[in-house]
Design a protein around this ligand. Sequence first.
Ligand SMILES: O=C(O)CCC(=O)C(=O)O
Ligand SMILES: [Fe+2]
Length: 272
Amino acid sequence: MRTDITSEQIERYRADGHTVIEDFLSPEELAEWRDAVGEAAEMRQRGVTAEGGRSLRNTDEGGDEHYRNVFLQCVNLWQISDRVKRLILDERIGRLASELEGVDGVRVWHDQTLVKEPWANATPWHLDCPYWGFHSRHATSIWLALDDATIHNGCLFFLPGTHTEASFDRNAGFTPVMRQLLDVYPEWADRPSVAVEMRAGSCSFHNGMLAHGANANMTPGYRRAMTCGFMPIGSTYSGVQNILTDEQAEKLKVGDVMDDDEQNPVVWQGSG
Ligand SMILES: O=C(O)CCC(=O)C(=O)O
Ligand SMILES: [Fe+2]
């Protein structure tokens, strides 16, 4: 695993809101991630949940045909698979996330595998953190390519710098309307986007307030990715339930520190 990043890379990440680490995983590591994530996603598809937890698949919601066809989305595989848990709770990744964001440590918010199946819909422009149970300007996500991600099969696109301007109360839904976020933020509508093609085994990090989306998959192949959103230690409840069960949410008041080690384990914490 390539976890050495330069101070220039950190600076660029903070200005742009995203960075790519090429060939992050070795071929052996990539094989393990593919296999472990694939196995856990199959378990989730069969309805396996964590004890007292939720199933957390986009196919559970029924109804929304467009969203179901954006990708196959299975959330919190670390809770049902020890193999995935070992990969997601790797302190080297938590440390990278913390260094990029300049925070003392991070917890898992949620992981998710996002599989764009053949001919999948595009992922509309959106911000991540407003959807989550904490609101921090230092949330970040790793997006790890399990297949080559290309212009043709649905690689990510970013709008650099938007993370410094975005606000928590203005976001787009996962609608079929790609431009919805740009109607919410008309000041971004003329900005050039950046396409981020990646070889399998490479990864990107993007800030939780950065505008991002992805192309449709215009190929008969799969575009698989594994992602994890990280929450800075000390973050507080935003009042958005998101992945929390009703029982968990009922115990929380807005402003409470999110420190449930079962639900949001610490991935890395600095000494100071
Ligand atoms: O993989 C995609 O199409 C979207 C990914 C995304 O929105 C994310 O990782 O936050
Ligand atoms: Fe996202």
